[in-house]
Each structure stands twice: as C-alpha cells, then as structure tokens.
Ligand binder design. Structure first.
Ligand code: 0A1
Ligand code: ZN
Length: 884
C-alpha cells in the first residue's frame, strides 16, 4: 500500500508539526538492565492528614544499604508530579537534596538512616486516578504499577519490600470510615470533628500494594474460618444505598477462599479482608494487601441490574484479586517485566476457579473466545510483545491480553503436559521457595520443572517469543495407519524477525466415521519445525479432532471437508472441539466469501452445511442450553479479519450479517420454537435458567436478522415482560440495532427506569454505541453530548467509546468518521487520563491489516495524534509503535 500518495494532512496539523520541535521520545526501560536496588526500606511509617483538596503526607523511611546493591551513596526516591515540602535525615532538616527530573536524590553517608519527607497532594485534582484521588466524595489510592510515587518519594519498584504502618486523620463527617492494609491497631477522636486510625500490615510488601480508603461507606460483613481454624473478618464496602447489591461479591469471596485452600493449598494470612467498590477506576480491580479496591462494576450485582455475564464477571474478578494474595503478594515480581509471573498465573487460577464454580467447557470456550478476540490481534500487530517483554516506555501499556491471557495459556500448557497432580507439586514448590520474595518468570518455570520433572528447556521460548504460532496439520491414511504431519511457523513480530520452533502440546483424537467414537485421546508434542505422528488400527480414514480443549494457544491450519466439520460439530465428545468444529465450518465459509472465492453454487452448499449443523445444535435434546448458546455464536469479525493478511472490514461485516440473515430465515421455525420454549423458563440463578436466558437473546438476534419485524415484536415483548437484566439487556441490544419505534420505547424506558444507577446507565450507552443501527455513528456523537456522559469517568468513557471502537460498523465506517471519532477522543482524553486514552490506540494501530483506503485514514489519525506536542508517555509509546 502506498501511504505516501495519500492526500496531504489538513493544514493545521502540518503547522503544529512544523512549529513545535519533535517531542522527545520517552526513555526505554530494558529488562537486561536490571540491577538490584542500592538501598532497601525495611520499614515505612506514613501519616496522612486527609482532605479532598489537600492531603498532607509525612513519610518516614528506615533506609538500609543493600549488601547486594552497587554501593552508591545516593538514595534515589522516585516521584511523579509531587514536590518535597520538607526532608530530614536522622532528624536533621536537609537543605541540599537534589531533584533529578521527577526523582529526589539524597546523599547518605552511612549504611542505615531514617529519612522523613513531607508532601502535599490535591486528590480532587487527580484526574489520572493514579496515586491518591477523590472519587464520588471519598478518597482512595491506586498504586500499581507506579502510583505510589505520586503520593510520596520512594524507591517505587516491586523488589523493595517494606513493612507499612499507616496513620490517617480527617473530618469524621466526610470520612467516617478509614481503611488501609493489614489490621486496624488503634483509632480515636481528634479535635474539631476529626478522627484518626492507625493500621499495620505485618507482611512486607512492595509499594504498589499499598492502599488507603477514606469515606462514607457501609459494609456487608461476614466471616470465614480458614483451614487451620483462623477466623477472618470479611467486608465488602460500598456507598450507602448499594449494600443490597453486594451479596454475590461476598459469596464469591468466600468461595474463592475455600477453593484456593482446596485446589492450591493456599490459606489466607490476615485477620481481616476488605473489599471497597469505587466508581472511578482505570481497570477492573486491584489486589492491595488485605484491602482490595474494585471498580463498582465487579462488585455490585442483583438480578434487576446485572446480567448473568455480569454475575460471572464479579465472581471471576473477586477470585482473581483474592488469588493474588499468594500469586502476586506473598510472591511478588522482581521487576515489571515479570508482570506475567503474577498475572498469567492468577488468570489461570481465576479461570480454573470459575470453571469449577460453573460449567468447565463453557468457561473454556469463553476464555478462548476472549483470547482470539483480544490477544490474537495484539500478537499479529505493531504492539506485539512476548508475555515477558524485553523493554517498555510506559509500563501501564503492558497490562495486556498477552501478559494476562496468553500468560495464562502458557502456564496452562505446562499443566497439561505435567498433569494436574504433578503441576500442583510444582506450584507448591514455587510458593515454598519464593514466599516473601520478589521473583522472576524464570523462578516460576524452574519450580514447575523441578516439581513436575518436566524438561522445560525449550518451552521457555514461550516467554521470550511473541506471535501466535501457526500449525498446519495434514492427516494421511495408509493401510491401517493414520499419520499426522504437523509443521509450525512462528510469525515475525516487531524486533523479532527470526523465531525458533516452540514445544506445542496438542491433544488429539481420531474418530471412526461410522461409530462416531474414538479409541482414546493422545497428547502429541510438536517440538520442532515439523513432526510426524503415526497411529495404528484404522481401516478407514478417521476424522481428526485436534487441539482439543484448546491445549495450545496456536492457530491450526488445515483443509477440511465441510462434512468432517459437521461430523465433529455433532459427535465430538470434547465440548470445546465441538464448538471449534462449528467455528471452523463458519470461518472457512466466510473467509472464502470475503475473498470473493465463492460462486453461487459453493455459497449455497456452504450455507447449507452451516444450516444443517446449526439446526442440529438448535434442536439437539442432549445439549444443555448454556452449551447450545456457545455453539450458536458465530466467529467474531475481528477473528475473521485475523485469518486474512489484509482485509476489508466492510465486506467482512456484510458477509457475516448476510449469513446471520440467511440462518434467521432458514431456521425461522426452529428459532421461534426455541425462543417460545425458553421464554417460559422462570428466573432463577441455576444453570438451566441461565442457559435459557443466554439462548433467548441468541435466538432473538438470529430471528431479527432474518425478519426485522418479527425480531422487533419479540424483542419488545421480551423487554416488557422481563423480570431481570439479562432478558432486558438482550432485548434492548436487539432493538438498538433496528430502525423501528419499539427501539425508542425501550431505550427511553430503560434510561428512566435506571436513573441514578451509573452501571446500568453505562449499559445504556454501550448498547447503543455497539449496535449495527444504520445511523450508529450519528447516535454516538449525540450520546457524547448527553447530560449523563462524563469524560472524567473511565467506565462511562469505555461504555461509549470502547463499544464504538470494537463495533465494526461504527469504527470502520467507509467515510473514516469512526477513526476520526476515536482519534479525537484520544486527543481529548489524554490530558485527563492518559492510561485510559492509550487503551484506544491499538484499534487504530491495526491499519496495516486493513484495505488501503481505510488504512490511509487510520494512519492519518495516528499521525494527527503524534503531532500533539504534549502527548503523555502512555499514548506516545502506543502511537509511535503503531506508526513505526
Ligand atoms: N493488578 C491488577 C490490575 C491493575 C493494574 C493497574 C491498575 O492501575 C490503574 C489497576 C489494576 C489486576 O490484575 O487485577
Ligand atoms: Zn491481576
């Protein structure tokens, strides 16, 4: 594609770019440059005089020379947008401290000193939501990864572990509840309506796990008795009025604590565990020691306001944060390059937990879908990085699907190769060896190697190489032997042009076409560029079921007859493989259609095969409805785009929508019968009723695709009759995409009904921004002007703009207006909240994989962002890499 021949940029941008000197590139931090800290801080005492507009912080550090450090006399304390108001060393005021950029440098003569520093903060003005900030009248902190340095000067790196004592005081009416890590050791009344509390955390921790919360909060309280008989007080703290929506979070916490004891032998280690829900939060939640801070989204749930998917997300995130107490807190990371050490492992743990709490196959399918939608594109784009990156400019940009979800897949492969029991030996050894320390990914692999007996020498490549391996498979039949030939290639990624082959564990089975059964599953490990595996005892060519359970995070390439895929979709005893067969069947058809390679006859036969398979799924009496719902989901447009080097998102969208419409008409009777049957199932939280609800909306989507009138009539009926959010949201989702009067009725009612409920208003925004309505872009622009829209609240920004950025119809509008909208958002949001702004860049960054006309417009938007001189480090890194 010839980008140079594009029309010139608008004049104003050229002027900005010409007038200002090019912005300095942020420094690159490299993994290979790691050095142990020169100074350690075994203890820290923090005193906070709290106020929303002014909080004074006095920090007292016991500073000790690190015998393993480089011996320098200079103590470097990181800072970020703070200034020292006073500094003392061993009680004497210091006047000759130096600032090096944002950092404070203090020269120390001996090996042990007491350093005290005073800083003043304005939490109400902290729109980045990092460090200490005000949210909805309360104060809270977010320190991971580098937020602590926005509170006080400190060696803000995860390998400096300290014991924290915290005192806080403030107006009792404004801050009736005062919380920090660990246990409350004393509290009392002060003068003029103030009060104070002291907290002590006996477990040494890095600064990123520090937390403080102060405000008007109410608790759902319970207790948990650990396996060794210790009683733990549990609280879920929320704003008054929200307490009725906390029981599911509490139940999930108790279930997590029990599960971690039973599954990983991990016991909780404090007498108190607090969870606080805040409405302004950049991410999902944070595992601060003994004081988890959560986005309200992952705490509050009741049937009237939360969907079944929301319930599952609450359970998963509560589990995730709780599991961090061991995989993250007791054993933390040596440096941020090791982030996947805690995140990959903890995601695996939360996935296994959720699988045990609900349906294992359905959970596996959901996890793979997320990986394919979020991680595969990352791995094949300009921001691709290994699960253990080698360098970064802004660490916030590395909280990615690669580090989290691919990280979990990599550990899952070790578990698959070792078996559950041996894997547990490995994790026990890991916790035992590294408890109380800051460890590396290498430490983890070594412990698994030693504990399981596996040889993971080559497997370590999964930590250092980016890119999704492509495995091509061929099955040959000769005499009584079936021979599986496999080859792998790992695609080149930025900075990694050459790749070595990696060990890929593939669970496979060979099915007899006549009986629909197989003689047992095999685990084959493709360890080199090529491998050949022979299986005896087949008189006829068997049907291959490969990468069962998605045993490896790879893309399988294989020419398959439609009839084999229809066979597997109907017969495979591995539920994931059944889903996969259905996905492949549809994918194969749509890829051919998008590529223009289908004549009418092949289009008709392809559709007929899909229709047959779908009909079998819709009507199979053996299937439970939760699983049926999974099997009915068509591959996402972004996953379809992944199959092609360069694609036209407009054609992908049109072809996929056309297939949905065809299915809706072809299976109209079956779908209507299904919708009628499941509409009669009463609300309950059991699996059968949840399955029915999931299916209700799936059926509705296809019915509406085939016949908009029938869809609208059924959707509004479902909306009016709904006694829960799953049904209500599903109906609004379908209506939001239709041009009909019922749409306006439902949207207006939904808004009025949930006035004042921020999480549900978020849904109202995202349902509209995510719709395939013909005028969706216009609607999004209008929503941005709505009274309820707030640029300062990340949940609201995401509900409108992330929904738009992942909506192919809005984002890839042929006019380029979708790209311009996201570009403008990034420029406007960056000065307010750079972390959230940077999360929108990857959507534009995929321009190389898009047809030339749109690609030029996407690139132009990135250039326009790059021309802003005051860009944050977060956005600058992402934009530069995306253009590079
Ligand atoms: N460790 C958290 C994720 C997290 C990271 C950074 C944050 O800063 C805004 C917040 C949360 C987790 O994995 O849950
Ligand atoms: Zn995490």
């Amino acid at each position: 594609m010839d980008i140079a021949s594009r029309p010139a940029e608008p004049a104003e941008n050229t002027q900005i770019a010409d007038a200002a000197p090019p912005p300095a590139a942020p420094p690159v931090i490299r993994r290979e440059d790691y050095l142990p800290p020169a100074w350690l801080i075994p203890e820290i005492a923090l005193d906070f005089a709290l106020g929303l507009d002014e909080t004074v912080v006095v920090s007292k550090l016991s500073v000790r020379r690190n015998p393993d450090g480089n011996g320098t006399a200079t103590l470097r304390l990181n800072g970020d947008q703070i200034a020292p108001r006073a500094v003392t060393v061993d009680g004497t005021a210091l006047n000759d401290w130096k600032l090096d950029g944002p950092d404070l440098l203090i020269e120390l003569a001996g090996d042990a000193h007491e350093v005290a520093i005073e800083t003043v903060l304005n939490p109400a003005a902290n729109s980045q939501l990092m460090g200490l900030y005000a949210s909805n009248g309360m104060l809270c902190t977010q320190c991971e990864a580098e937020g602590f340095r926005r509170i006080t000067f400190f060696p803000d790196r995860p390998d400096v572990l300290s014991t924290y004592s915290v005192r806080m005081s403030g107006d009792k009416a404004t801050f009736p509840i005062l919380l920090a890590n660990g246990n409350c050791t004393a509290e009392g009344e002060g003068e003029d309506g103030t009060h104070w509390a002291e907290w002590h955390d006996p477990w040494p921790k890095p600064s990123y796990l520090f937390a403080l919360v102060a405000g008007e909060l109410v608790a759902n309280h319970a207790t948990f008795t650990t396996m060794s008989g210790r009683r733990v007080d549990l609280n879920v703290w929320v704003r008054p009025g929200d307490e009725g929506r906390t029981q599911h979070a509490m139940d999930s916490l108790i279930a997590s604590m029990k599960w971690d004891e039973e599954t990983f032998g991990r016991e909780y280690d404090l007498d108190l565990f607090n969870i606080v829900a805040v409405s302004d939060f950049n991410m999902g939640a944070m595992e601060n020691k003994g004081l988890n801070v959560f986005n309200t989204r992952y705490v509050l749930a009741d049937p009237d306001t939360a969907t079944d998917a929301d319930y599952d997300a609450v359970e998963g995130v509560i589990g995730h944060e709780y599991f961090h107490n061991w995989s993250g807190n007791r054993v933390t990371c040596r440096d941020w390059f090791q982030l996947s050490l805690k995140e990959g492992f903890t995601v695996l743990r939360d996935q296994l937990f959720s699988a045990d709490m609900g349906s294992e196959p359905v959970k596996r399918i959901e996890d793979v879908r997320v990986l394919r939608i979020a991680q595969f594109p990352e791995d094949s784009g300009p921001l691709a990085h290994p699960i253990r990156p080698d360098s970064y400019q802004e660490i916030s940009n590395f909280y990615t699907a690669t580090v989290y979800n691919k990280g979990a897949e990599v550990i899952r492969m070790m578990r698959t190769m070792a078996g559950e029991e041996a894997f547990r030996k490995g994790t026990d050894l890991y916790f035992e060896r590294h408890d109380g320390t800051a460890a590396t990914c290498e430490d983890f692999v070594k412990a698994i190697e030693d504990g399981t007996g596996l040889d993971l020498a080559r497997f370590r490549l999964w930590y250092s190489q980016a890119g999704t391996p492509q495995v091509s498979a061929r099955l040959e039949h000769d005499g009584r032997i079936a021979r599986l030939a496999l080859t792998q290639t790992v695609p080149a990624t930025p900075g990694q042009p050459e790749k070595a082959p990696m060990p890929i564990p593939l669970r496979i089975a060979l099915f007899d076409r006549d009986t629909g059964t197989h003689a047992g599953e095999h685990l084959v490990i493709l360890d080199g560029d090529e491998g050949s595996f022979a299986f005896e005892g087949f008189d006829k060519p068997p049907v291959l079921s490969i990468n069962r359970g998605f045993s490896a995070p790879v893309a399988i390439e294989m020419e398959r007859e439609d009839e084999d895929l229809v066979f597997l979709a109907a017969n495979d005893d591995d539920p994931f493989a059944r889903y996969e067969a259905m996905q492949s069947l549809v994918l194969q058809h749509l890829v051919a259609a998008v590529g223009g390679g289908l004549d009418e006859a092949r289009r008709a036969s392809g559709r007929a095969a899909i229709g047959r398979a779908m009909k079998a799924i819709v009507t199979d009496p053996e299937l439970d409805d939760l699983m049926r719902g999974e099997l009915m989901i068509l591959p996402a447009e972004s996953y379809l785009a992944e199959q092609l080097l360069v694609s036209d998102p407009g054609v992908i969208h049109a072809e996929r929508e056309a297939l949905k419409a065809w299915l809706g008409l072809e299976l109209a009777d079956e779908l209507k019968a299904l919708h009628d049957r499941i509409s009669a199932v009463p609300y309950s939280r059991d699996a059968a009723a949840r399955g029915a609800r999931k299916l209700k909306t799936q059926a509705l989507v296809l019915i509406a695709s085939g016949d908009a009138g029938e869809g609208a009539a059924r959707a509004i009926a479902q909306y009016r009759k709904a006694d829960n959010m799953t049904d209500r949201q599903g109906a609004v989702m379908v209506l939001a995409g239709l041009d009909c009067p019922e749409r306006e009725e439902a949207l207006a009612d939904f808004l009025a009904r949930y006035e004042g409920n921020a999480l549900v208003i978020d849904k109202w925004f995202s349902l509209q921004a995510g719709s395939f309505h013909p005028r969706v872009l216009e609607q999004i622009h209008a929503l941005a002007q709505h009274d309820e829209f707030r640029m300062s609240n990340p949940n609201r920004v995401r509900s409108l703009y992330m929904a738009a950025a992942v909506n192919p119809q809005a984002f890839h509008d042929a006019s380029g207006a979708g790209y311009a909208m996201i570009g403008e958002l990034i420029r406007k949001l960056d000065p307010i909240n750079p972390q959230t702004a940077a999360r929108f860049v990857p959507a534009l960054g995929r321009w190389r994989r898009v047809e030339p006309g749109r690609a030029a417009m996407m690139r132009a938007e990135l250039e326009k962002i790059a021309a802003v001189p005051s860009l944050s480090r977060d956005v600058r890194e992402q934009v530069t890499k995306s253009l590079g």
